[in-house]
Design a protein around this ligand. Sequence first.
Ligand SMILES: CC(C)(COP(=O)(O)OP(=O)(O)OC[C@H]1O[C@@H](n2cnc3c(N)ncnc32)[C@H](O)[C@@H]1OP(=O)(O)O)[C@@H](O)C(=O)NCCC(=O)NCCS
Length: 172
Amino acid sequence: MKEYKVLRNLETNRWQEYKDLKLESLVEEPLAFLPGLEAYQPWTDEQWKKDLESHQVLPYKLIFVEADKKIIAIADMYYYPDTLLKHNIFLMSLYVQKKWRGKGIGRELIEERIKIAKEDPKIKNIICEIFSSQTASLELHKKVGFEVVGNVKDFILVDGQYYDKTILEKSI
Ligand SMILES: CC(C)(COP(=O)(O)OP(=O)(O)OC[C@H]1O[C@@H](n2cnc3c(N)ncnc32)[C@H](O)[C@@H]1OP(=O)(O)O)[C@@H](O)C(=O)NCCC(=O)NCCS
């Protein structure tokens, strides 16, 4: 039996777990996520609660992985409803706690979001942007069928070093 399960929703009363994991991801992987820790540090508990509550359904949806009765991985996705872009869905953050990596959890979180995207017949493209520092994530997305469609050179500057951004797409 698998030691973890993917959750499409998380009860609002578990907002502290969501907050802890999100902040952990920003501390542990500062090169993976924008806009970075500074943007979230001032949030009140009420804001965290609201953020979790309002992101259970598209257009901005979070999904989670639970193991040992705790949230150990998180991912989100977004699309722009009622616009000329409404057939594109964007995979955003993806974070698996260090001790749970290499067990297929990252892959499952991508596949679950692809499944969610496919449930909406409007969606044609799944798009994802990854910084060149995140080689594991790049490899993982290619493995599940994403194709590299572009590259933005020197997109972010962290501690004096520039990193490119790679744009990947999967058509459905
Ligand atoms: C990227 C991340 C989500 C992968 O999660 P994971 O649960 O360890 O990934 P999986 O076990 O599902 O790996 C599936 C595939 O991804 C690739 N992969 C995973 N880790 C890798 C690594 N360190 N180096 C190269 N490829 C890797 C492999 O192709 C692997 O397939 P395999 O097991 O058949 O070799 C995780 O490393 C993480 O949270 N990293 C920090 C945050 C981050 O970079 N997020 C992405 C921002 S876009």
